[in-house]
Design a protein around this ligand. Structure first.
Ligand SMILES: NC(=O)c1ccc[n+]([C@@H]2O[C@H](COP(=O)([O-])OP(=O)(O)OC[C@H]3O[C@@H](n4cnc5c(N)ncnc54)[C@H](O)[C@@H]3O)[C@@H](O)[C@H]2O)c1
Length: 347
């Protein structure tokens, strides 16, 4: 019997020892010694994670992605690299590969995409996570799930610690994502307790940076695209709702620390710096295009009023905290969006 303290304070007891990892992990002297699967690796966070993992010459990286919201373009610098492999694969189908670690990111993250086919979204979260856990069990791999701050729903506790169970609408238009991720977390812990699988759960808060889909309905990408096109910045009413934004390099650093560390999580990874939507619009306007106007528009149902991570656990258990400030991160994203939108910088 092995037991571990989960980060929300409950004692997690596993009834079985973890399955043995592949013998290759210990016997490959001339090859890379860590094979890592990244599901959803052609997406925004996934492709930055792949960049970081590939920097380590001991890593071999396999990406499995169905290109629903991701793109080969995000990985073009690695295609053809001997330590890299890209597979078109939908995680709702089983996948048989020999790996030591699985970063399970596959899932559309933006409301526009996850609401487009909610049944597929929940299947991706539930069946996709089951398939990846099955794989982890078969090959003895450690698996990390990218869960979300949406598991807290419209929180009644502020900021949100991992011990907070959330305030989630089970039948709303966002539930395919929120409840899907909650079930995915449950499956992770059930496999951990029942089969001894080594699990890691990251609860990701809003993340931004280059390679986000333009016009994906997420607020930072929307504002930057609107500012570059000279269109009004559309702030959803009332405008006082808050979000916190984590730059993608900080996020990737947190995910790798969690995977490499000893704690199952769930652990919040996000930037606690809190901004109202109006403040964000003002900052984008000031930094990118002072000539655009700010316009208030109707809100979408179940939009949470406040979101801010309590990152005490990440600091204590992972020695992690975000380094990039919003004012430094936005210009890095602006450069990437200018290139993709073909908008040159005015001198
Ligand atoms: N970006 C954020 O602010 C944020 C916040 C909270 C949680 N997350 C989580 O982080 C992960 C990555 O998010 P992202 O922002 O990079 O999103 P993204 O949409 O850019 O990336 C998701 C990737 O998963 C792929 N995918 C989707 N469904 C799939 C399926 N059924 N089979 C195989 N591949 C599939 C997509 O093609 C895409 O490449 C997601 O799990 C998301 O829920 C992100």
């Amino acid at each position: 019997m092995a037991s571990k303290n989960s980060s929300n304070g409950d004692l997690q007891t596993t009834t079985k020892p973890p399955p043995l990892p592949s013998p290759l992990r210990f016997s490959k002297f001339f090859q890379s010694n860590m094979r890592i699967l990244v599901t959803g690796g052609a997406g925004f966070i996934g492709s930055h994670l792949v960049d970081r993992l590939m920097e380590n010459e001991k890593n071999e990286v396999i990406v499995a992605d169905n290109y629903f919201t991701g793109s080969k373009d995000n990985l073009k610098k690695w295609i053809g690299h001997p330590r890299f492999e890209l597979i078109r694969h939908d995680v709702t189908e089983p996948l048989l590969v020999e790996v030591d670690q699985i970063y399970h990111l596959a899932c559309p993250a933006s409301p526009i995409f996850y609401k487009y086919n909610p049944v597929k979204t929940i299947k991706t979260n539930v069946i996709g996570t089951l398939n990846m856990l099955g794989l982890a069990k078969r090959v003895g791999a450690r698996i990390l799930l990218t869960s979300t701050s949406e598991v807290y729903g419209d929180p009644l506790v502020h900021p949100q610690p991992e011990s907070y169970w959330g305030n989630v609408n089970p039948i709303g238009v966002r539930s395919c994502y929120d409840e899907g991720k909650r079930v995915a977390e449950t499956l992770m812990f059930d496999y951990h307790r029942q089969h001894g699988i080594e699990i890691r759960i990251a609860r990701i808060f809003n993340t931004y940076g280059p390679r986000m889909n333009i016009d994906d309905g997420r607020v930072v990408s929307n504002f930057i695209a609107q500012a570059l096109r000279g269109e009004p910045l559309t702030v959803q009413l009332p405008g006082t709702q808050t979000r916190s934004f984590c730059y993608v390099s900080d996020m990737v650093d947190g995910l790798i620390r969690l995977m490499e560390g000893e704690n199952t999580g769930p652990i919040n990874i996000g930037n606690p710096g809190e901004f109202t939507m109006l403040e964000l619009a003002e900052t984008v306007k000031e930094l990118i295009n002072p000539e655009v106007e700010i316009k208030k528009v109707e809100n979408t149902p179940d939009d949470p009023r406040q979101r801010k991570p309590d990152i005490t656990k990440a600091k204590e258990l992972l020695g992690w905290e975000p380094k990039v400030k919003l004012r430094d991160g936005l210009p890095l994203m602006e450069e990437d969006f200018r290139l993709r939108l073909g908008v040159a910088k005015k001198n």
